[in-house]
Write a protein that binds this ligand. Structure first.
Ligand SMILES: [Mg+2]
Length: 375
């Protein structure tokens, strides 16, 4: 079997990067990145990645960064990690300065030639883990993907091709381990009929980033609630038969969204399965759901206006029925209150929170949440 590698940055990834001079040159400055040890151990014990440390240490061995100030902290870091079962198969340290433009300096691959074009290694399924755009660039140059230890991946858009290789952006090592061990939960679907053309892409473990264009402003606003309050990245483009009415667009969007949720859930191992939420304004909205593998809808919400925005209120029930069918989930929705806009917005928000609760995974117990053994 081909070998896979985690190319792991050091400063800002394994250890906290010292502020001001960015130089880890004393024991006092040695501070491990939160949760790094238990998760690297978990990854090491569950998966078969080789661990390769790749780090730029500007001017190491010169007057600006003498060797004797570097090694004590570095060696203590390695010894501490080894004591937790975390050992590196290779350690690559570049000592050049940025202005040298050395071929060995990240994001260049000069220190890693033995992994490039080597049939023993599967770089396409390997990752670089690091906290700077140059780490993501290294991933691109190696032909692998990146785990970017930053909360906001938008800085990557400044450099072409970096967003595409960034598989995950997070500052939480628990999320890194979850991603590597339990797998990503994304789905992309397109459904084209004579009535509609719907494209949906979704990441259940996203940041609530939405790009939604259905041609129906109020519907967009409601779908955004699902993404934003569910922590789900959601892109939806819908073209429908507007010369007829909005019915097919709303229904088919629900079907594709539901199917995307179903596909992204994958094995369902480790997930909570159930979700429940209540929101209040003048309205009390409640959505209970179960990803038990079967569709069902209980709908107890009355609307007296014919439309909200351009959206017919009779389509709300139809939307959730189609969603429940396609995602194979039970939905029990109840709402009461005066303001009809609040009421439906509360339902979508409660839906988002219920989804967020239900898809949450427990990394340490990746069993199927079912006594039957199937979901
Ligand atoms: Mg770094």
């Amino acid at each position: 079997m081909k070998k896979k590698v985690l190319f792991i940055d050091r400063d800002g990834t394994l250890v906290v990067e010292p502020p001001v001079d960015y130089q880890l040159d004393s024991l006092e400055k040695l501070e491990f990145y939160p949760k790094v040890m238990r998760n690297l151990w978990l990854i090491r014990s569950r998966l078969d990645f080789e661990f390769v440390m790749v780090t730029n240490q500007d001017g190491l061995g010169t007057a600006s960064f003498p060797e004797e100030t570097f090694w004590p902290a570095h060696n203590l870091m390695l010894k501490t990690l080894a004591g937790e079962g975390i050992v590196f198969d290779d350690i690559c340290i570049d000592r050049s300065m940025p202005a040298d433009n050395a071929p060995t300096r990240k994001p260049r691959t000069g220190m890693l030639v033995k992994y490039l074009d080597n049939p023993d290694y599967d770089l396409a399924h390997s990752f670089v883990i690091g906290d700077r755009p140059t780490d993501v660039e290294l991933a691109k140059n190696l032909g692998c993907r990146a785990i970017f230890l930053q909360e906001d991946p938008s800085v990557l858009s400044a450099c072409e091709g970096l967003e595409a290789v960034c598989a995950l952006a997070t500052t939480d090592w628990d999320k890194v381990a979850e991603f590597l061990i339990a797998g990503e939960r994304k789905a992309v679907l397109r459904r084209t009929t004579h009535e509609t053309d719907i494209r949906v892409s979704l990441n259940l473990d996203g940041h609530g980033i939405c790009h939604i264009h259905t041609g129906l402003g109020f519907f967009d606003h409601m779908l955004e609630q699902i993404g934003k309050h569910g922590g789900i990245d959601l892109d939806i483009e819908a073209d429908g038969d507007w010369e007829v009415d909005e019915h097919h667009t709303i229904e088919d969007t629900a079907l594709v969204l539901g199917e995307c949720i179903y596909q992204a859930l994958g094995s369902k191992r480790g997930m909570e399965r159930y979700g429940y939420a209540v929101t209040m304004d003048d309205c009390l909205c409640q959505v209970c759901l179960d990803f038990g593998g079967r569709p069902w809808l209980v709908w107890d919400a009355e609307f007296h206006r014919e439309k909200i925005g351009e959206m017919p209120t009779e389509m709300f029930l139809h939307f959730f029925k189609s969603l429940s069918d396609a995602a194979r989930m039970n939905l029990n929705i109840r709402a009461e209150g005066q303001n009809e806009h609040h009421k439906i917005e509360g339902i979508f928000k409660a839906m988002a929170r219920a989804l967020k609760m239900a898809v949450k995974r427990d990394m340490y117990h990746l069993e199927l949440p079912s006594s039957k053994g199937v979901l």
